[in-house]
Each structure stands twice: as structure tokens, then as C-alpha cells.
Design a protein. Structure first.
Length: 201
């Protein structure tokens, strides 16, 4: 639906090029580190969720319900974000502005708005805060770094990552409290052969 396409360059193209120009002047080691983080950083959130689940095995059924809800909520946030992305044929800024970027420019039909990475990270951070606040203290700054890295490597406009962050939060925040409804199911699971998955003892 190209008629719905955002004029990304007119929104914050100047800020985007300022960041990507800064990246071009940064030391090579910095760009290697940022590239690695933006490509693989989502694994950190998966690891944090695994830690949350492992710790919840020693906790209450409600805590385990929240731990199990996290990955589901993140998946729903991704699907919501991808649905929005399908409505806006916003070309990647590296194609529209023809700037030199740290990362290779994605394919022509790999749309820019909103950022899937930002949405996934934000939803994961919300889920982790609900599951284990201490882990949330790691997830929140990691989310902001992930969002900024998407601009730094040239993959997204700033408004792309802001929209992705917003979608992740808007989806995850009301859904995580609903995990309490799964508490009875977790309690029943703790009496079955699947007990080792949801309880430590």
C-alpha cells in the first residue's frame, strides 16, 4: 500500500543522517561491536527469559505463569508490529537517502516502519520487569541500546524505532497481568510428569 507510505526522510531524515555520519567517523572497533549487538542482541532477551523461567521453578505458580507468558507476549508483539509494517511500505532510509551505512542495506521489500527489533526488545523488557524486576533492570537499557543501534547501523529512521518501542510496550503491558489466569493451569502441571519444567522440587 504505497499510498500509505510514510515520508520518512521528511520526518527525521536529518537526524538519521547525523547519526549515520557519526557512525562513519567512529572507530572500526565500535562499529564492529554495535553491528554484533544489533545482529545478535535479541539473544540476550531470550537468555534473560530463560533465567526468569529457571528462577520461577523455585517460586509460586503465579511467578511461573508470568515466566511462561513472557515469550508468548513477545511473539504477539512481533506479530502486531509486523501487521503494522505491512500497512506502510516505508522504504529503508539507506535506500531513500542513499547514505553510506555500517550495515548492508536490507532488500527492497524489507520495509522500515516500524522496527521489529525495537518492538521485540520492548515487549521482552516489559515481560521481564513483570517476571523478575532485577532482570528488568538489565533489559530496559539493553532495549534502548538495541533501538539506537538500529539507527547507528543505518537500518532504521529514529521514528521507526520509536514506533516499534511503543508497539512493544502497548502490546505487552496489558497482556502480562493476564498471566495470572494461567496460575491454576501451572498448579495442575506441578502435579503431572511435566512438574520438572514448572517446579524445582
Amino acid at each position: 500500500m504505497s499510498n500509505l507510505a510514510l515520508g520518512g526522510a521528511s520526518i527525521d531524515g536529518g537526524l538519521y543522517t547525523w547519526v549515520t555520519d557519526l557512525a562513519q567517523r567512529a572507530p572500526h572497533a565500535v562499529n564492529v561491536l554495535v553491528s554484533y549487538g544489533t545482529d545478535h542482541g535479541l539473544f540476550l532477551f531470550a537468555i534473560l527469559m530463560l533465567i526468569c523461567w529457571w528462577r520461577a521453578r523455585r517460586g509460586t505458580a503465579a511467578e511461573m505463569a508470568r515466566a511462561l507468558a513472557g515469550p508468548l507476549v513477545v511473539t504477539l508483539a512481533y506479530l502486531a508490529n509486523d501487521t503494522v509494517k505491512a500497512l506502510f511500505d516505508e522504504a529503508r532510509p539507506c535506500r531513500t537517502l542513499h547514505t553510506v551505512t555500517v550495515a548492508l542495506c536490507p532488500g527492497v521489500t524489507d520495509w522500515s516502519f516500524p522496527s521489529n527489533h525495537a518492538a521485540i526488545a520492548a515487549a521482552a523488557a516489559v515481560a521481564l520487569i513483570a517476571c523478575a524486576p532485577r532482570l528488568g533492570r538489565i533489559a530496559v537499557p539493553a532495549t534502548l541500546l538495541m533501538a539506537f543501534s538500529r539507527i547507528w547501523v543505518g537500518a532504521h529512521y529514529p521514528h521507526d524505532v520509536l514506533a516499534g518501542l511503543a508497539i512493544g510496550v502497548v502490546v505487552a503491558r496489558p497482556l502480562m497481568p493476564l498471566a495470572r489466569h494461567a496460575t491454576p493451569a501451572v498448579t495442575r502441571l506441578r502435579t503431572t510428569r511435566l512438574r520438572p519444567l514448572v517446579a524445582a522440587r
